[in-house]
Design a protein around this ligand. Structure first.
Ligand code: NDP
Length: 284
């Protein structure tokens, strides 16, 4: 019998998750169905209850329900606990297991697909929303030094305090109000600023030689990605730093890798992500 899964969000029509999971299923020979479900803004738990009653085995959770999913899970993985947000639910009798695969997915994309090892790197994480919380612990666990920055400074400070309670010391940066040169090897834009064609305020000097600029958004070049590309050229030209250019990445790899982690959590089988990413780039 086909095992049923879904992704729940609002909006959801844009989701690439059904396509990704169907490709994973075909590739691994797993007999699963996967659909996108729009839940009313106040109807997340009711939707999950209906799925459980109908025999679904699990679901992915996207904007704006990751915090609701965290609340209804009866068990949490360590990463979901640290992220305070859940993007994957697995149903097993009375147990609703909540996981967060965003961080592991992003770390795998950076280290494996971009061949950019994180150990010992200086990383600037911009944003203090669900996505930033999701990736912070996996970045630290990969051995990088983490600094934070967010438009609303108080939220960055709260985020730093939170990570401090987990035993990690992180710094908070505010380039608008505290000028001064500070360079990072990896700059991650975990804000939704690209949606409004904006970018966080960053000095051109933020990119260390050979840095990687990573935007979690996908589908088009964001102002942050464009800025990074332009600084790469400018920095190389004026001799400040980069000789081998700045790498620029969007969030498509993260999307596919986090889906693969969810697939593994549900099915115990790890799909090959490379052909799926290639296919998505073709149809994008
Ligand atoms: P949230 O709404 O929880 O957080 C939004 C964050 O963006 C806040 O830190 C907010 O700052 C900041 N922000 C919004 N607009 C601006 C702006 N114009 N300038 C500077 N900062 C801004 O969103 P999420 O954390 O859930 O998601 C963030 C992004 O990551 C989204 O674009 C999402 O699509 C993407 N994402 C991609 C994934 C993937 O697999 N590729 C997975 C998860 C998320 P403030 O605190 O000041 O409001």
């Amino acid at each position: 019998m086909t095992d049923k899964y879904a992704v729940i969000g609002n909006p959801i029509a844009h989701s690439k998750s059904p396509l990704i999971h169907r490709m994973f299923a075909e590739q691994t020979g797993q007999d699963i169905g996967y659909e996108a479900l729009l839940a009313p803004l106040d109807g997340f738990s009711a939707t999950v209850e209906r799925l459980r009653k109908d025999g679904y085995k699990g679901c992915n959770v996207t904007v704006p329900f990751k915090f609701d999913a965290f609340k209804i899970a009866t068990q949490l993985t360590e990463r979901a606990q640290a992220a305070q947000a859940v993007n994957t639910l697995k149903f097993d009798g009375n147990i609703i297991l909540g996981g967060n695969t965003d961080g592991a997915g992003m770390v795998r994309d950076i280290e494996h697909n971009f061949r950019f090892p994180l150990r010992g790197r200086q990383v600037l994480l911009i944003g203090a929303g669900g996505a930033a919380y999701g990736v912070a612990l996996p970045i630290l666990q990969a051995g990088a030094q983490l600094a934070l920055m967010n438009r609303t400074r108080e939220k960055a400070d709260q985020f730093a305090i939170y990570l401090g309670k987990l035993g990690h010391i992180v710094a908070v940066y505010d380039f608008l109000n505290e000028p001064g040169r500070k360079q990072f090897d990896l700059i991650i834009n975990a804000t939704s600023s690209g949606l409004s064609d904006e970018m966080p305020p960053l000095p051109a000097t933020v990119f260390a030689p050979g840095a990687l600029a990573y935007d979690m958004m996908y589908g088009r070049e964001t102002p942050f990605m464009k800025f990074a590309r332009e600084q790469g050229a400018a920095m190389a030209a004026d001799g400040i730093g980069v000789t081998d250019g700045i790498g620029v990445a969007d969030g498509l790899g993260m999307l596919v890798e986090q889906a693969a982690e969810a697939f593994y959590l549900w099915r115990g089988v790890r799909p090959d992500t490379a052909p799926v990413m290639a296919r998505l780039r073709e149809v994008a």
